[in-house]
Design a protein around this ligand. Structure first.
Ligand code: HEM
Length: 548
């Protein structure tokens, strides 16, 4: 016999509750006060009994044999303030060690349950698990079209297509090699701009030169265009610089409503919604212009040296991307590619200024291996001390100390330490904590590239995601696809900067390694140092300029 559907009166409590608490109606002051106190008490009780905070209520942290430990944080907010104040990677590392939860720590970001690990083994399990192949997406990233870009597209057919296109076309080794000529040109402009500033000011503020070189490097790779960003930039170049800067500010700003969705209706202190609505049409206009120009000049076959727009336009069949998806992918490339390479180079140069004996060793390696000739990508690959300097900087100053963007679990995931991460939990890896852990690295605070030089007894560490003791590019299926391009670019820049100039600390402006965490972790006070031209090279450049 089938059961007839029950008709439930959902308003029963309006008449029953006053009777229970002996009040005349629901607006009775005492009744309201009682309800408020009951809710508060229940909330406090749940909070007090939920390690990890409110987002971990109902025993979410006890699904495995071993419960996931963590701080309760504040009611409603959980541990949200750990992300808003100071340097999140340091605060979270400190919290994890206080809670004896470096293996895995549960915490609440408003209503979002999160875990973070500071352990290489658990980091590997999280980053390489297919159940952590998605990322939570911020509201601003969604508004700025990133949900269709590689970094935020959910694991599925579309994302796999983008990864395939990026590994077989965009970041294929032959394409990176074919763009060497343009990297050399960017380096030439970089060196000239530095020499000019040094001779007129007696000191160089390196960041703006690196940012201009990085933007041009990525613009040539992505759009096949080079701009003169230093002197009298044209309108398109100015617009490009401005939209990139605004995009960085919007994405780097802390958006409370990502964690407390109800706040979005009345609290938006940085006017993020409004700024996104203004920025998106500007980005689309610029990208459309560039795509249209490519369409007009497109030849049927793409070469190894073709830019990303040409490659994307040449895709057909199932691989073909529609206009909006193409815009999203290209826009993301500009974003990810610009900031990271420039700021990593700035950290490297800051360490070389602070450690003149290491800078001398690097220069010596260049003199022996390259002499006065122009450094090439092939040289960079064989300069072992240079590679060690880059690795040591990635260890001490990982550009994404929390690996930039988190992952999210798509089902309950059992870890080897007996803990279970429930489905729909945001998962982070504190790469900074791992690379500063004395149990993982001897004297972790000391800048010593020798630890990576094999013939000096150093460790051979694959920074491309194979060794979780140092994985600044992440690992697993969502590992950074631009890692080889990033490493080649940074290696070439540093080699040329040291080959052409001796970098000396200006005592009036001592190097300050204080960090600032925005979209990436950068030097709070940009590096200012004296770039003393090394004579033989300088003479060669003067000759070159005379003969130009
Ligand atoms: C020093 C340079 C760079 C560093 C330190 C860096 C770091 C990272 C990190 C930590 C991730 C997250 C990986 C994960 O979740 O496991 C990532 C993802 C990504 N990076 Fe990079 N990156 C660099 C350069 C670049 C460049 C030059 C590009 C492109 C032009 C790029 C494009 C991307 C993209 C598209 C993703 C998202 C991948 C996905 O979710 O499938 N990166 N990067």
């Amino acid at each position: 016999m089938g059961l007839a559907p029950l008709c439930i009166d959902k308003t029963w409590w309006v008449s029953t509750l006053p009777a229970i608490v002996k009040a005349n109606n629901l607006v009775d002051g005492f009744l309201l006060f009682s309800i408020f106190m009951a809710v508060l008490l229940a909330g406090s009780f749940t909070w007090a009994l939920s390690p990890g905070g409110l987002a971990w209520k109902n025993g979410r942290n006890r699904l495995g044999e071993v419960p996931v430990p963590g701080p309760r944080g504040f009611p409603f907010f959980g541990s949200l303030f750990s992300l808003t104040h100071g340097l999140a990677h340091r605060t979270l590392a400190c919290m994890a060690s206080k809670q004896a939860a470096t293996n895995l720590m549960a915490f609440s970001l408003g209503s979002t349950p999160a875990v973070i690990t500071s352990d290489p083994q658990i980091a590997r399990e999280i980053l390489t698990s297919p159940h952590f192949a998605n990322r939570p997406i911020k509201a601003t990233a969604k508004k700025l079209m990133f949900s269709r870009a590689i970094g935020f597209a959910p694991d599925g057919t579309y994302w796999r297509l983008l990864r395939r296109v990026s590994s077989t076309h965009l970041f294929a080794p032959k394409r990176i090699a074919a763009h060497e000529k343009s990297r050399q040109l960017d380096c030439g402009s970089l060196l000239c701009a530095i020499a000019k500033e040094q001779s007129s000011n007696g000191i160089v503020v390196l960041r703006k030169h690196l940012q201009a070189a990085a933007l041009n490097n990525i613009m040539v790779t992505v759009f096949g265009k080079r701009y003169d960003l230093c002197q009298g930039a044209d309108d398109e170049a100015k617009e490009l610089q401005e939209i990139v800067r605004e995009g960085f500010e919007i994405l780097g700003a802390f958006n409370w409503s990502d964690y407390l969705p109800w706040l979005s209706y009345f609290y938006d202190p940085f006017r993020l919604n409004e700024r996104c609505s203004v920025l998106v049409p500007r980005v689309k206009k610029l990208l459309n212009q560039i795509i249209e120009q490519h369409r007009l000049n497109q030849s049927s076959k793409v070469a190894d040296s073709s830019d990303f727009v040409s490659v994307l336009l040449s895709l057909d069949g199932d691989d073909k991307l529609n206009e909006e998806d193409m815009e999203a992918v290209l826009w993301e490339m500009i974003f990810r590619g610009t900031d990271t390479t420039a700021l990593l180079t700035e950290w490297i140069m800051a360490e070389l200024v602070l450690n003149p004996e290491i800078q001398s060793k690097l220069h010596q390696e260049l003199v022996v291996a390259v002499g006065d000739k122009s450094v090439t990508d092939a040289d960079v690959a064989n300069l072992h001390y240079l590679q060690a300097v880059v690795k040591e900087t990635l260890r001490l100053h990982p550009p994404g100390p929390l690996l930039s963007w988190a992952r999210i679990s798509t089902s309950d995931v059992q870890l080897s330490n007996g803990m279970v991460v429930p489905s729909d939990t945001t998962a982070m890896v504190n790469m900074w904590a791992i690379t500063h852990d004395p149990n993982v690295w001897e004297e972790p605070l000391v800048f010593r590239p020798e630890r990576f030089v094999k013939c000096l007894g150093g460790a051979e560490v694959d920074v491309r995601g194979g060794d979780l003791r140092l994985a600044p590019f992440g690992a697993g299926r969502r590992v950074c696809p631009g890692k080889n391009l990033g490493l080649v670019t940074v290696g070439l820049w540093v080699a040329k900067l040291v080959q052409h100039f001796k970098w000396v600390q200006d005592l009036a402006n001592p190097v300050d390694l204080t960090e600032q965490l925005k979209l990436s972790c950068e030097m709070k006070n940009p590096l200012r140092a004296m770039a003393i031209p090394r004579n033989s090279i300088l003479r060669r450049r003067e000759d070159w300029e005379k003969n130009k």
